[in-house]
Design a protein around this ligand. Structure first.
Ligand SMILES: Cc1ncc(COP(=O)(O)O)c(C=O)c1O
Length: 500
């Protein structure tokens, strides 16, 4: 056999490299520094990465320990530092490290999970997690179903497809034009962009998206929903699905599911909940009330790679009526789908998810659940929500900050608001602060526009964040904001490039 080929697959060589790798990761996890992101110019990173590529083109290059070290360093150093308390910006988290090891096993053993025969344990683990997490939904476990999908966007798309196929069974074969009718969906003004994107993908059309207004906290105004649905019907639209959010991306707001279900049920409208961010609060006795009414909804998107702290992607899509899951896709393909399902293929999900080859994404979640039990998740969720309340309290006590809402979960939006600035100035100031903070590399926070004016946004995903870190962040924002104002006044311009 080719010696180079043999060496690349050599088990002892793999073991040595894995030891190096976990040692490096241990240093990474142990790093006490407060770090956000070292933002590197793409051209510089491209050059550094290119230099790490072997020049060998004829033979299989031999394993170069130094090169592997450098690749790992470059990878870890240029990422958002999700395990540092400086990371408060996005909704993916520093994972429970053991989950990473399970992912390593998945990567080496490579057991794609859309079909039982290819990924036996992943498929069984999916059923077990459907049972375990399904208990928190209050649905009939015999009737409901769950599939994993590669991310919340894909789950939202899949649920909308299942809802559309139920309401318009002919579209799958005859297409939208022939089926007639004008399929429409109703979504919150604050819905994640993946929902309107799904409408585009499904051929529903932007103009057939019925927007539901939200209150100052970002929740759908229930009182406005019935008249809007009636008006849509009068325009000839047939709203087949209403998408609510359990944890909006912008402010972490939870729509009132019980009240929305009372409106959609009599109209035969499918109620889908985008709980990509907030469904995990169901696990917490303290916070599950936010999803009151979940037992009444038709489907739920739940990202485990957000508030269940496993590697991305890992999304669970639940259907209250399992037969609806089978309605999403209707392909025949003799090379994978059996006409007569047997005890093995009964566990296949290939006919219910878009992916053919699907990562066994359930494995880290099932392993953590098996090893540590649910308290691992509830403790962390409760802690993060409590720290967000603390952040709210601290910011509200600062005279030159304005907090924009009471936190419902672990997302909080606010502005640095020194006196004498109009909305346009405030907008430019928040953007400049966010960009400077990111460039300085210590804290990584995000921004969002609320009421047309930019706001700063923190997402607390790291249980190592303390009140001292929040204090440091507040000070850094104030110092940075004041510097931006001084320099802006001196230069007479705006850092974000906007014009007055
Ligand atoms: C409410 C909500 N829905 C959907 C998504 C998309 O999920 P994913 O990034 O897993 O595709 C997000 C992502 O941030 C989200 O916050």
């Amino acid at each position: 056999m080719d010696a180079g080929l043999a060496a690349a697959f050599d088990p002892p060589g793999f073991h040595r490299a894995a030891e190096q790798c976990t040692l490096r990761l241990r240093r990474y996890l142990d790093d006490p520094e407060i770090k956000g992101l070292d933002l590197v110019e793409p051209a510089v990173l491209m050059k550094a990465a290119r230099e790490l590529m072997t020049a060998e083109r004829d033979d299989v290059a031999g394993y170069d320990e130094g090169r592997f070290h450098q690749i790992m360093d470059l990878y870890l150093n240029t990422g958002i530092q999700v395990h540092s308390p400086g990371y408060l910006g996005r909704q993916f988290s520093g994972v429970v490290p053991l989950a990473g090891l399970v992912d390593l096993v998945s990567s080496v053993a490579n057991q794609p999970s859309s079909f039982y025969e290819a990924g036996q344990l992943p498929n069984v683990a999916e059923r077990l997690m459907a049972e375990e997490l399904g208990r928190f939904l209050g649905w009939d476990g015999e009737r409901s179903a769950m599939v994993t999908t590669s991310g919340g966007s894909m789950a939202n798309l899949t649920a909308l497809l299942a809802a559309r196929n139920r309401a318009f069974p002919g579209i799958w074969s005859r297409g939208v034009a022939e089926e007639g009718g004008r399929p429409a969906i109703a979504i919150s003004e604050d819905a994640h962009y993946s929902v309107s994107r799904a409408a585009g993908v499904l051929g529903i059309g932007e103009e057939h998206i019925v927007r539901l207004p939200v209150d100052e906290c970002g929740r759908i105004r229930v009182g406005a929903v019935a008249p809007i649905l009636d008006a849509a019907e009068q325009r000839g639209l047939r709203v087949f699905c209403l998408v609510a959010s359990s944890g909006t991306t912008a402010m972490g707001a939870f729509d009132p599911l019980d009240e929305l279900a009372a409106l959609t049920r009599p109209r035969g409208i499918w109620l889908h909940v985008d709980g990509a961010h907030g469904a995990s609060l169901l696990l917490s006795e303290r916070h599950r009330e936010r999803l009151r009414g979940i037992a009444e909804v038709d489907s739920l998107t739940w990202d485990a790679h957000k508030m269940l702290f496993v590697p991305a992607p890992c999304t669970l899509l639940f259907y209250r009526d399992g037969s609806a899951a089978a309605g999403a896709f209707r392909q025949r393909a003799s090379y994978v789908f059996d006409e007569e399902p047997d005890v093995y293929s009964a566990l296949d999900s290939g006919d219910k998810n878009l992916e053919c080859t699907k990562r066994p994404m359930i494995m880290p979640l099932w392993t953590l659940w098996s090893m540590y039990g649910p308290a691992l998740f509830t403790r962390k969720i409760d802690h993060l929500c409590a720290m967000t309340v603390q952040a709210h309290r601290m910011l509200a006590a600062e005279p030159d900050f304005t907090v924009l809402h009471e936190p419902e979960a672990n997302i909080l939006c606010f502005r640095f608001t020194p006196e004498g600035l109009d909305d346009a100035d405030l907008h430019a100031l928040q953007l400049a602060i966010r960009n400077r903070l990111r460039a300085d590399g210590r804290f990584f926070i995000s921004k969002v526009h609320i009421g047309g004016v930019a706001a700063l946004r923190v997402v607390l995903m790291n249980h190592k964040i303390t009140a001292e870190h929040l204090d440091l962040l507040i000070t850094e924002i104030r110092t940075t904001g004041s510097r931006v104002l001084r320099e802006g006044a001196a230069a007479g311009g705006r850092e974000d490039g906007s014009q007055r």
